[in-house]
Design a protein around this ligand. Structure first.
Ligand code: FBP
Length: 552
């Protein structure tokens, strides 16, 4: 494989780890836990893994002689920078336990476990991938582990390979499934531990104990670099309004972080749209007003950040999507027989009046995108909906109307962008390289401590790595009951942007200024060497959440 200079240099980078993980390690049990909500229901669904204590790892003076352990690892869901380092940390950790330990990677996601597709990850393979982006060492996939039959099928190969512990690296849905699997294997005394690791660029798998999901830092830095470049282009030519949609699924953490890094003229936050019960029309007016204001100053250009999941947070759209999803599930085969050109009218004729009118008002392309297949977890695939084009078109129409009444005088030419896949496989920033390696190493300590149903946790990460706190959090602690595909299910609570949280407050305090003053920031590319390497620059979101504003 031909390697770039950066890859060659990065291969020599040694990720930093918490001081406690450097020598001999001991597990210290802390307080016993409760789930965040619906305690009785969760307790009855997870009798074997509920209420476990939080675990912290500390330095130990005793050398432990541990038997070799075989471990399986799965990468689940969307790619996020740093996944390879989680595996490298896990590998080094189990080799430290006993040099005869072995690591097996299941291929292309959870499906690899069910289909018995795997490969042994030897030192040569691990070394090839240290500090690289992507999930290509073993691949990823979105198969959902949910049925006992799948768990039993997985158990066969785990037994065959004498695997004692399985590490699932995934987002909220995958870690929910890890929790269900841990409970099942505990119930049947399978002798298999299951450990989760918090992955997703979306940044929505976080809570009191898990301060961030890995990949969020690198992805936001990549998007902020390109947003900065676009802003400089925009300010140079002064002729376009750029509508930039950013990945992140439901939550607007990525859009908010990028706004804090780059100071765009407008950034929509879905959670605020929801809280204010805004309509699509309100959002169009809000954007058009700023465009008109800037036009008055002779600035017929600007940048707008749009979170990927916006469409689902507009209350009326959410009602439409809910009815549409329900209808498509129930009438899947009939719908597939309708000619593409007739699908729109067919749907209009089937929905309730309010939803039918809203659906009919949408541009053809967006209307069609709303009918595309849901993902295996029942989520609408928001990355396939061109919200940026929808908004650009609708704002243009609004400004045309305003132009007739002298409410607006200016030129409005748009460019649309969608940034998502560009950031998911970037070489991990130093923050993510260190954080991921530490998460993987911590997972090996949880295995050595005999824990199951835990998520690997590394905290205090705005401090130097030496002071990071490694441990494990019972996954049941993060569960609550939610309606999914019409059924009440125990799932990990998704962390949305908090409107009373410090990151949003910081944005809110500045956005009116950024709207009119063209205060663009150009962060440039991720720095792997030099000042940021020493400063361990985490995201502004995390720093603000941890209230270390002096370091911003
Ligand atoms: P995960 O939740 O699995 O980490 O995936 C995140 C994500 O990148 C979302 O931001 C995006 O909506 C989705 O994956 C896209 O999915 P796909 O890779 O299947 O197109």
């Amino acid at each position: 494989m031909t390697k770039s200079t950066l890859e060659i240099e990065r291969a020599t980078y040694e990720p930093k780890v918490p001081a406690a993980l450097k020598g001999n390690v001991k597990a210290v049990d802390g307080e016993y836990t409760q789930s965040v909500a619906d305690q009785n229901e969760i307790k009855s669904l997870f009798p074997n893994t509920y209420g476990l204590p939080v675990v912290t790892f500390e330095k130990s003076h005793e050398k432990q002689n541990m038997p070799a352990v075989n471990v399986g690892v799965i990468l689940s869901g969307g790619q996020a920078p740093g996944g390879h380092n989680v595996i490298a940390g896990l590998f080094d950790g189990i080799k430290k336990i006993n040099n005869d330990s072995r690591l097996y990677g299941f291929l292309l996601g959870p499906g690899g476990l069910i289909k018995h597709k795997y490969k042994e990850l030897t030192a040569d393979i691990i070394d090839e991938y240290r500090n690289t982006g992507g999930f290509d060492m073993i691949g990823s996939g979105r198969d959902k582990l949910e049925f006992d039959k799948q768990f039993d099928q997985g158990l066969k190969i785990l037994k065959e390979l004498q695997i004692k512990a399985l590490v699932i690296i995934g987002g909220d849905d995958s870690n929910t499934n890890a929790c269900v699997l841990a409970e099942y294997y505990a119930k049947i005394n399978a002798g298999i531990q299951v450990i989760g690791c918090p992955k997703t660029i979306d940044g929505d798998l976080k809570n009191e104990q898990i301060e961030t999901s890995f990949g969020f830092d690198t992805a936001c830095k990549v998007y902020s670099e390109v947003i900065g470049n676009i802003q400089r282009d925009c300010n140079s030519a002064q002729k376009y309004w750029h509508f930039i949609k950013l990945m992140g699924r439901s939550a607007s953490h990525i859009a908010l972080e990028c706004a804090l890094q780059t100071h765009p003229n407008i950034c929509i936050i879905s959670e605020e749209v929801d809280a204010l019960n805004q309509t699509l029309d309100d959002i169009i007016n809000q954007i058009a007003r700023i465009v008109a204001l800037r036009a008055k100053q002779g600035q017929n250009f600007g940048t707008i950040l749009i979170p990927e999941g916006l469409i689902e947070f507009i209350p009326a759209m959410r009602r439409l999507i809910a009815e549409l999803t329900d209808f498509l599930i129930k009438n899947e085969s009939e719908f597939k027989l309708i000619k593409r050109s007739e699908q729109r009218n067919y749907i209009i004729s089937k929905l309730t009046k309010e939803n039918s009118e809203l659906y009919a008002s949408l541009p053809e392309t967006v209307a069609r995108q709303l009918t595309l297949d849901r993902d295996p977890h029942g989520n609408i695939q928001v990355s396939l909906i061109e919200t940026e084009k929808l908004l650009a078109e609708m704002v243009a129409t609004r400004l045309e109307e305003w132009g007739k009444t002298d409410k607006y005088k200016g030129t409005f030419v748009t460019q649309t962008h969608f940034f998502g896949y560009e950031g998911r496989c970037a070489a991990p920033s130093n923050y993510d390289a260190d954080y991921c390696y530490s998460l993987g190493f911590t997972a090996s300590c949880l295995i050595a401590a005999g824990k199951t149903g835990y998520m690997s946790s590394v905290r205090n990460t705005t401090a130097p790595a030496d002071k990071w706190i490694a441990g494990g959090i019972p996954i049941t602690m993060m569960l609550n009951m939610e309606r999914r595909n019409g059924e009440l299910k125990a799932v990990i609570q998704k962390a949305l942007v908090k409107l009373d949280g410090a990151p949003f407050k910081e944005f809110e305090a500045n956005r009116d200024d950024w709207a009119v003053t063209t205060d663009y920031v150009y962060p440039g590319p991720i720095q792997y060497f030099g000042k940021t390497e020493i400063c361990n620059q985490s995201t502004k979101t995390l720093k603000l959440e941890q209230k270390k504003e002096s370091s911003l």
